[in-house]
Design a protein around this ligand. Structure first.
Ligand code: MG
Length: 462
């Protein structure tokens, strides 16, 4: 025992900067694309095997009521990186739900990302994977606080060459050439079309390399997998391996990736000072049959403000620091920026509205979650609000089946702790809850300042 203490003391004397660095934790965010609430074995999937995530969940925290900032890619990512609802940055729109290869807009330079906020207090930063916050040079990760970038600038199904392919979901690994998606390093295109069959493996290798390079001082690594968004691709060694079919293969390769990253944190001796957050950008893309995931018992999926669109499977790990267990309290990707800044000893930037909360009391087991409400947007419109166990729907929309949004007057009300599938409308029995949630929605709407819509801007053709 004394010998260990002495060794630690000697280590401390020999590495004075190392001690200071050790006070600030590293942050690794692993963000999947369109992974549903029911797609991990630790969240109840009967056949997809995710042993690495299961172990992280068992040793760390599994969050069962954790929300993405939006129900589609671009606004969800804007929310995660800024701690602000995408409506506040112009990254949510009624005209176009996400950015496309002809988009001229992107995350405004005036926004402060997690990378920029942490860079201010001495962090190294790396972005790997799908960006989808603007592909023109001025919008790239390297202009938003990241020291390095390796990945694809928008979704893996964009710039489809073969328009005759009606079944996008069936264009799997043999047909990566059908999607003219660039792979970038820094601000340069290095491969086009990106060979998506090896993309999860290459993101992982890059992550392991960057962890090794950054290990001696605090860092933030944002790894945004471009899968399991369709079209699905996986490396040959994962082909036809999962009993859950190609979708299972893809998720199992991502789980392999988690294993590589956690092993690298251990091998570099920094697991004990690294918070890993694994989550998803929105719910499963249900219209693609067995090529899409599942929201489990939650209603609907990607593109909808029902729970299945935004409640996402979330696992956090920080060996020796996290209070282990299953967290039923609310949290969300909007909370990562305030939480990281709090854990790193930084301050929230002044002069702007944040929608995120500092979740560190829940992480460290010292207090309850400060998040008591969640606002659900469809484009630029507020469709639903959750407060505590209750969720009110002012408008509902069933995703991707051609149905128009349905105004609900009076609104629908669900008690989603005893009715997580949102099946039993209890509005008539709880007029006081309805009125409370209406007031909350009104106050929230008044807090939103109009800003320029970034998603309707299109590159002008000559
Ligand atoms: Mg997505």
């Amino acid at each position: 025992m004394h010998r260990v203490l002495l060794a630690l003391l000697l280590l401390s004397y020999s590495q004075p900067t190392g001690i200071l660095a050790a006070e600030k934790p590293n942050f690794v965010v692993i963000f999947c694309d369109d992974l549903g609430y029911g797609d991990l074995s630790t969240f109840g999937h009967p056949t997809i095997r995710t042993p690495h995530l299961d172990r992280l969940a068992a040793e760390g925290q599994k969050w069962t009521s954790f929300y993405a900032a939006d129900n589609v890619c671009t606004p969800s990512r804007a929310g995660l990186l800024t701690g602000r609802l995408p409506i506040r940055s112009g990254m949510a729109s009624n005209e176009r739900r996400v950015l496309f290869p002809d988009s001229a807009g992107g995350l405004p330079a005036s926004e402060i990302t997690i990378a920029e906020a942490l860079d201010e207090i001495g962090y190294q930063t790396a972005c790997i994977g799908k960006w989808h916050l603007g592909h023109l040079p001025e919008h790239l990760p390297t202009r938003h606080g990241f020291d390095s970038y390796f990945g694809i600038p928008y979704s893996n199904d964009m710039n489809r060459i073969d328009r005759a392919t009606s079944q996008i979901a069936l264009a799997e690994q043999e047909k990566f050439q059908a999607y003219d998606v660039p792979l970038m390093r820094g601000e340069e295109e290095i491969e086009r079309p990106a060979d998506q069959r090896t993309i999860t493996r290459r993101y992982t290798e890059e992550a392991v390399k960057r962890i090794r390079e950054m290990k001696d001082a605090p860092f933030f690594l944002y790894l945004a997998h471009s899968l399991p968004h369709i079209p699905l691709f996986r490396a040959p060694e994962f082909k036809d391996r999962s009993p859950a079919g190609i979708y299972g293969d893809v998720v199992e390769e991502i789980d392999w990736s988690i294993g590589q990253i956690t092993a690298s944190l251990r091998d570099n001796g920094i697991a004990g000072r690294t918070l890993v957050v694994f989550t998803s950008d929105n719910g499963p893309w249900l219209t693609f049959g067995t090529h899409g995931g599942t929201a489990g018992l939650l209603r609907d999926g990607k593109g909808s403000t029902w729970e299945g669109g935004q409640r996402v499977p979330t696992v956090m790990s920080w060996p020796g620091k996290l209070a282990p267990g299953i967290v039923h309290e609310m949290g969300g990707t909007l909370d990562l920026l305030p939480t990281f800044l709090s854990l790193a000893g930084g301050q929230l930037p002044q002069g702007r509205v944040f929608d995120g909360y500092d979740l560190s009391p829940v992480l460290l087991g010292t207090g309850p979650s400060p998040r008591q409400e969640m606002f659900f947007y469809q484009g630029a419109q507020l469709y639903a609000v959750r407060k505590g166990p209750f969720k009110i729907h002012f408008t509902t929309y069933t995703s991707y089946v051609g149905q128009k949004p349905v105004p609900q007057d009076p609104p629908l009300l669900y008690q989603i702790e005893n009715d997580p599938s949102e099946r039993f409308d209890i509005a008539a029995q709880h007029p006081e809850v309805l009125s409370d949630l209406r007031n909350l929605a009104d106050r929230h709407r008044q807090s939103v300042e109009p800003v320029e819509d970034q998603l309707i801007k299109v590159i002008r053709k000559e």
